[in-house]
Design a protein around this ligand. Structure first.
Ligand code: ADP
Length: 329
């Protein structure tokens, strides 16, 4: 009987469980067996293997996090570590792998493929910064979580006529800030990809007040270079300090942090994860490795992992302009 393995690695994302379920049930439907590897590449090296059946993945489609747990493994970056992992896979009779994670995890999948274990990547990261796919698993849930937060902040901001600076995740990319900022009607959105002018941000608040707005919300991605500060503080704190010091407004800063990683996946993420997991399992069962499955124009397709890793996913600047236009009147 053919056997494939599945693991989740790197930063977790809501919808990973739905992807695991799809991989397991697709393999079972094809008469193959599935082994879950716990704690990502760490578990691959340490033989943390669990046999999965249909019941193992019952009741998880709606749950955030990952039942297989996630970890980072420095040892897998060494030839000795990878050798041990491949030996464990051979011993367990696993012929191919599905790796659910971000681009770091895909480098691991490439390494496995190069060592004779075909591995297929499934893009899962709330940051949505993976090339060759319009959307990654977890992004939709994360932006809905942020919007939920912005809605609540807006209620209190209106009551107290305050300015709120909301910091969201995104070290190198502004997808969460841009999409959640647009959907949440933020007055300003600061992202790493687009240079900003804090004076202009301040002036927008002043203009908003002149137009009768009684509060403002500024969404900032964590990876934005903030204005200089003598202290080790987050970019949102610095932006908040700047506005406070310019005067005229009461300012509050909120850092949403890790709550953006959790929560029940949205319907969109569950469906995306089911479709991507299904396709990945089919490829792995055919012994096709070195691929990442992605969604482009609502079609599930396979791309070379190399292309997905090396490609850069650019944000849509039209979104940025649209958000500015719609919030400036
Ligand atoms: P993400 O998948 O979310 O981008 P990381 O970048 O932390 O997360 O990568 C997850 C894991 O993938 C690492 O801890 C490591 O075990 C493995 N990995 C990352 N880069 C490589 C590489 N160049 N070669 C082999 N394994 C890698």
């Amino acid at each position: 009987m053919r056997r494939i393995g599945v693991l989740t690695s790197g930063g977790d994302a809501p919808g990973m469980n739905a992807a695991i379920r799809a991989v397991v049930r697709t393999a079972l439907s094809q008469g193959a067996g599935v082994v879950g590897i716990e704690r990502g590449f760490h578990g691959l090296i340490h033989g943390e293997f669990v046999e999965l059946n249909s019941r193992s993945v019952a009741d998880i489609i709606h749950r955030g996090g990952t039942i297989l747990k996630s970890a980072r493994s420095e040892a897998f970056k060494t030839p000795e570590g990878r050798q041990k992992a491949v030996e464990n896979l051979k011993q367990a009779g696993i012929s191919a792998m599905v790796v659910i994670g971000g681009d770091g995890s895909f480098r691991g999948a490439m390494a496995l493929t190069a060592m004779g274990v075909p591995a297929v990547g499934v893009p899962a990261t709330i940051d949505n910064d993976i090339a060759c796919t319009d959307v990654s698993i977890g992004f939709d849930t994360a932006i809905n979580t942020v919007i939920d937060g912005i809605n609540k902040i807006r209620d209190t901001a209106t009551s107290h006529e305050r300015i709120y600076v909301v910091e969201v995740m995104g070290r190198e990319s502004g997808f969460i800030a841009l999409w959640a900022g647009l959907a949440g009607g933020a007055e300003s959105i600061l992202i790493p990809e687009i240079p900003y002018d804090l004076d202009a941000v301040y002036q927008r608040i002043v203009q908003g007040q002149q137009l009768g707005k009684n509060h403002s919300i500024i969404v900032v991605a964590e990876g934005v270079d903030g204005p200089p500060s003598g202290e080790a503080e987050s970019v949102a704190m610095r932006v908040g300090r700047y506005i406070r010091e310019r005067g005229g407004f009461e300012v509050r800063v909120i850092i949403l942090g890790h709550l953006q990683r959790g929560g029940n996946p949205t319907a969109y993420d569950r469906i995306l994860a089911s479709r991507l997991g299904h396709k990945a399992a089919l490829l792995a069962l055919q012994g096709i490795g070195g691929k990442m499955v992605g969604i482009v124009h609502d079609r599930i397709e396979a791309f070379d992992l190399q292309e997905a890793i090396e490609g850069h996913k650019a944000i849509d600047e039209e979104f940025y302009t649209l958000a500015q236009t719609l919030s400036s009147l």
